[in-house]
Design a protein around this ligand. Sequence first.
Ligand code: ATP
Ligand code: MG
Length: 570
Amino acid sequence: MSDTTPAHHFIRQIVIDDLDSGKHSLIRTRFPPEPNGYLHIGHAKSICLNFGLAAEFDGRCNLRFDDTNPSKEDIEYVDAIQEDVRWLGFEWAELRHASDYFETFYLCAQQLIRDGKAYVCDLDAEQVRAYRGTLTEPGRNSPFRDRSIADNLDRFARMRAGEFADGACTLRAKIDMASGNINLRDPAIYRVRKVPHQNTGDAWCIYPMYDYAHGLSDAIEGITHSLCTLEFEDHRPLYDWYLAQIDLAHHPELVAPVLAAGLSAPVSTPRQIEFSRLNFDYTVMSKRKLLALVNDGLVSGWNDPRMPTLTGIRRRGYTAAAIREMARRVGVTKQESVIEFSVLENCVREDLDAIAERRMAVLDPIRLVIDNLPEDHEEHLLAANHPKDEARGQRQLPFSRELWIEREDFMEVPAKGFHRLVPGGEVRLRFVGIVKCNEVVKNDDGSIRALHGSLDLESRSGMPGADRKIKGTIHWVSARHAIDAEVRLYDRLFTVADPDDERDGKTYRDHLNPDSVRIVRGWLEPSLADAAAEQRVQFERLGYFVADRLDHRPGQPIFNRVCTLRDSKK
Ligand code: ATP
Ligand code: MG
């Protein structure tokens, strides 16, 4: 796909300016997921942005797990996130964890205390809320705000030593309880949480808050441009406050534990820049909701091909190139918007049109018997693998007297404008010639058992009548040679464009599409017998399909529909 020309946007311009002005000679970015769920297509925007800028400007991009909330994190997510980032086509300069810096965070907090910028507060969560004030009213100072530095240092050490129960106290920044920005009203820096951590095990029972850990992690890694979504805009003053107070660049002793662990710490003063999230219609993207779909068995797992997770859409057959192209087309702005899912689907179609070989498959078969061919007729036609790419060669396509054709390619009583097979009518069989339907044989219940017809031998390839004009062309497979397969026909997971909208009292769960998957058995041409898992093909006239990454086996083919050939929702 053509993702070679980078899309220009305001963040790219900032990077260009910073390199031109000499503010930076090397840019560093990072993609910082919390390992509390699988990545979704929204994350792809951030991944493409961070890794893409680093690649374009010879910079470096780290993958960093922002793992400050151990109770929701899992090593399963840590592994899956790495796999997904690599699948998207990116490789990190370094893999880091916020938890790699826990000791440094602790030293920084002690320094804040010594500077009179932090204190241990014994208010419980509810009291903290009450003291915080509202958007229109200032907050009130905590009664613990004026503890002595010595007392705070002692209490903080005891927090770390495990002397206090979960929730008994917090370490808070001493900023301004009257600030118009609620994030600056003495936010928590550390809380007590006696749970093991997926990376640090039982080493800690206090954990840093996200806002505190995030900026410091950026600074430790030498991040120049800290790119995040718009919801962090109001947190930027806090991000900058921590960096200014702690001033890592002038306190090398604070990063000593990082260096001692063998990690580099090219300290910087990062600049946070926000951009709008990627949202799609007809889906939900919050990790909480995706987790609920999984836990409640509403989908088969994080990798269900209907899920908007990267692992889900990968299994669905979407390509990494298509996702990168989508990100390029969507661009980067500060404007909140909802993108039509068809934007992504069209990128997938364009990519698959170029790369997927063509095959024939019949998913809702009726039998067509060609009476003017002998019972044992068998020939092997040569069919192009790709109509626009000769280099992809040809395959052998067996043809015989009895074929499967698609039920909807025949109409006993033709509707107006129907140009396929009808009683007494003619249609072109792809790669074969023109066939005429002479007879419709029925079962006792009136359903069609078989169609009988005759092949115009003059219309075969190389014959004078080969170019005879005929309106319709249909696909087929040879009944004797076809292999049978399970085919999973996927559709949208939700029936409404905005499943998150709860104004009518309904939630996303009320809008699940009952027809989001339909499983059929179909007949495939035999060259698909040795399809590899994840191989993508176009079933002519039906759509793009992929051999299921997990369930497909040689001899037991299982294909997923990636998408139809055209956007049928329009
Ligand atoms: P949650 O929904 O649990 O808050 P999150 O979606 O913000 O999580 P993170 O793991 O915090 O997930 O995200 C990692 C990075 O991806 C962050 O920098 C975040 O800004 C970015 N990101 C998350 N969702 C989107 C999205 N829809 N579009 C663009 N970037 C996103
Ligand atoms: Mg988040």
